[in-house]
Design a protein around this ligand. Sequence first.
Ligand SMILES: [Zn+2]
Length: 277
Amino acid sequence: MMYMAEESRVDSGRYTTNSQSIQFGPWFISYDVSCILPSVCSTKLVCERDDDQFCQFCIYSKELKIPHFPDMVFPKNVLSLSHNSGAKIVFNPLDALRHVASTVENIEVSCAEAWQESRPDATKLKKAFDWTFSTDYKGTLTDNIVIEATNESIDFEILKKKDQILFYHDLTLFEDELHDHGVSKLSVKIRVMPSYWYVLLRYFLRVDDVLVRSFETRMFHMLNTNYVLREFTAKESKASDLKIPTAHMKEADDVIPLLPVKEKTTQKLVVNIDQTS
Ligand SMILES: [Zn+2]
């Protein structure tokens, strides 16, 4: 049985959250949409009290090692897929930002240097952390999901079929315009069809005239199976190696198909039903 539900609620902070959900076989799929992370503590009285209540800004500051957050973080934009066995797959910006390096790798340094040579005004961007917010986050899984190697791959022909879309949403988890020198964005899309659900989590980075990078995680679940296929693809190219003008790189969809693949792995996420019975 499938049904959709819509609700609004106010959490302990000042956040009004809009939720939508659908039941798909044993899966309860829902997303929340809410507003942007404030740039300072919004409830000092609460956060400085000696209990465990904190505003979203203070939670991010405590949990993350990076000294700055993207310009726009949507802390309550969360997609969750809960199986009735207790297994759960969640996509949230806090866990995604935990994967951002708090120390810079060589590639980031050379990238920053190349960038700075062409943009002397951008010196303030060179910091001792990955200022591109690159994250290879692949979703948050509960322990009762077993990750296995597989030779199976997502059947993209099924995805192209024009079935009825039962449920769809595109959520932005965070976005930063790199001080007008490009874009760094993490978003997640969910599509529920009569016979499957499909998720695309996409990190897209464009540092103007320097680098284009994407990390994409696709999840595909066919009705009446006990597993989810998870495909991770990393792509990257120097801007100079792309024979297209920067103006054509604005939309991730236009650029990502042109990028060379650096890494691709597919895994099976098996929902271990036995553990809860
Ligand atoms: Zn606070």
